[in-house]
Design a protein around this ligand. Structure first.
Ligand code: NAP
Ligand code: MG
Length: 492
């Protein structure tokens, strides 16, 4: 009997049924064949006239071509942002600035469906996630920070907060629209103007947001959005007239950016990689914990900086947890991101899929026990079955390095102290999770885990009011909440 058949028998599934396809229609999603750069309120051709393709990773088809921004374009965008800052945005009453941000939030809500579909087409994430998580949270960030725009003195009593000027913002491909909202909303609310670069593989929702910003009649130059490669990002980082850099991406690129900013006056925040530990004690509600672990690592194909990619299970409940995990994993549906039944969509790019495959090989070669689900995956496109590695040890590379895919490394522990020591044994410190019935244990573990965000008896919950950021190599500074205003302000 296959593992799947065995799981179905145990779960009392009498027949091998599947869901009928339930695809979300893409007919209302308007994607132009070509997008220029959004500079000074207009879409303008890139200086060198070069474009690159963005594809749908679930079928490898081209969706559109987008402008390749160069240093010259970055310079043009920074000059537009500076002029908008000096002449319009810094002079506008804060209450009026707030109204523009509210307008962006409301327009985003009105077009939520189109944004969700395009996000899933361009990045590969399941429509359930882009529809229920990415787009509503992006709108919530604009709403939340719109509210702060005219209340900054209350956020920092006794101080006179003033904007920095022009912010350069660089974002990754895992939450394209949400990361744009995380960056733009606090910058605008604090009175800064912006030059933003989305990731190469997921530029479309940022460009749709540029269209929306144009329709919202935000004064030209307040937000500039430039597509391009790593060099475009580097040109933003190194531009002399930028006052602040906000970067979300890999630790590798974060280190390069921090080095180039070391001798500059620019403020910066870096939100980098992670290798979060989810810790299950034997007194935890096991079914709930298993659901949380599934959500923590397989949500968004594991393309989540705070994914619970390491699992620590107390020895006394190890067999039960692993059995229930495998059973639940067998029910996960991998496939068309636009299908509402899909749990795990497409891996974002061919390069990322190859990286995940490399780690699957490394894990097996290092001696961990590999197990993956038996589900079918589409032949075309970039897909990966959810995978467990059992019997891992602390020195295994799959335990130490960020994979950024649907791969979970499992280890055991006996005591609270051992769990904490093992969980902290990584260069990262972005997030973590603890599952137990005892409040005292939650306090003990959360106060000793060296990570910015720790969830207790839940996982991957986000809210614009809550600060987010890393310890150690997971980054510098905080985004979100009141804390997220500070990196964009001078406090006099
Ligand atoms: P990445 O390779 O570091 O790229 C991030 C962004 O930086 C992209 O727009 C990229 O452009 C650009 N870039 C590349 N080289 C650059 C350079 N030398 N100077 C300036 N910009 C440069 O990261 P990714 O692979 O897109 O994203 C995955 C990583 O992001 C993971 O490590 C994940 O943990 C992290 N992440 C962290 C958080 C957090 O809040 N801590 C949230 C989400 C993701 P191209 O796309 O053209 O390469
Ligand atoms: Mg794409």
């Amino acid at each position: 009997m296959t593992v799947k058949a065995e799981a179905r028998a145990r779960l009392n599934f009498s027949t091998d049924w599947t869901y009928a396809p339930a695809p979300e229609s893409a007919s209302h999603a308007q994607i132009k064949p070509r997008y220029d750069l959004f500079i000074n309120g207009k879409f303008v051709a890139p200086a060198k006239g070069e474009y690159f393709d963005t594809i749908n990773p679930s079928n490898e088809k081209k969706l559109a071509e987008v402008g390749q921004g160069t240093g010259e374009d970055v310079d043009k965008a920074v000059r537009a942002a500076r002029s908008a800052y000096d002449k319009v945005w810094s002079k506008m009453p804060a209450k009026e600035r707030g109204k523009y941000i509210y307008r962006i939030a409301r327009m985003l809500q009105e077009r939520a469906r189109e944004f969700a579909v395009i996000e899933s087409m361009d990045g590969g994430k399941a429509i359930r996630e882009s529809r229920d998580v990415d787009v509503p949270l992006a709108a919530a960030h604009f709403f939340y920070y719109a509210g702060w725009a005219d209340k900054l003195e209350y956020a920092f009593p006794g101080k006179q907060p003033t904007a920095l000027g022009v912010a350069g913002q660089i974002i990754p491909w895992n939450f394209p629209l949400l990361m744009a909202a995380w960056k733009l909303a606090p910058a605008l609310a604090t009175g800064n103007t912006v030059v933003l670069k989305p990731a190469e593989t997921t530029p479309l929702t940022a460009l749709k947001l540029a269209e929306l910003i144009q329709e919202a009649e935000l004064p030209p130059g307040v937000v500039n959005i430039l597509t391009g490669a790593g060099e475009t990002g580097a040109a933003i980082v190194n531009h002399p007239d930028i006052d602040k850099i906000a970067f979300t991406g890999s630790t590798e690129v974060g280190k390069i950016i921090q080095k180039s900013l070391a001798s500059s006056r620019k403020k910066f925040t870096l939100e980098l990689g992670g290798k979060a530990a989810n810790i299950i004690f034997d007194d935890a509600p096991i079914d709930q914990a298993v659901e949380g672990i599934i959500n923590g690592i397989f949500f968004n194909q594991g393309h989540v900086c705070c994914a619970g990619s390491r699992l620590f299970v107390q020895e006394s409940c190890y067999d039960e947890v692993v059995r229930k995990l495998k059973d639940r994993m067998e029910t996960l549906i991998v496939g068309d991101p636009l299908d509402k039944n899909t749990d795990i969509g497409a891996i974002n790019s061919k390069m990322q899929l190859e990286k995940i495959h490399e780690y699957l090989k490394i894990g097996a070669d290092d001696g961990a026990e590999q197990w993956c689900t038996s589900c079918n995956v589409p032949e075309k496109g970039y897909f990966c079955r959810p995978t467990l590695f059992l019997n891992c040890s602390q020195s295994h590379r799959i335990v130490q390095e960020e994979i950024f895919g649907p791969v979970l490394a499992v280890q055991t522990f006996r005591t609270v102290e051992e769990a904490i020591e093992k969980a902290n044994n990584t260069p990262y410190g972005l997030s973590g999770g603890v599952w137990t019935d005892k409040g005292s244990k939650i306090f003990k573990v959360t106060s000793k885990l060296r990570a910015g965000v720790i969830w207790a008896n839940t996982y991957n919950k986000f809210d614009p009011t809550s600060p987010f950021g890393g310890y150690k190599e997971s980054g510098v500074g905080r985004e979100g909440g009141l804390h997220g205003l500070l990196p964009y302000l001078n406090l006099n």
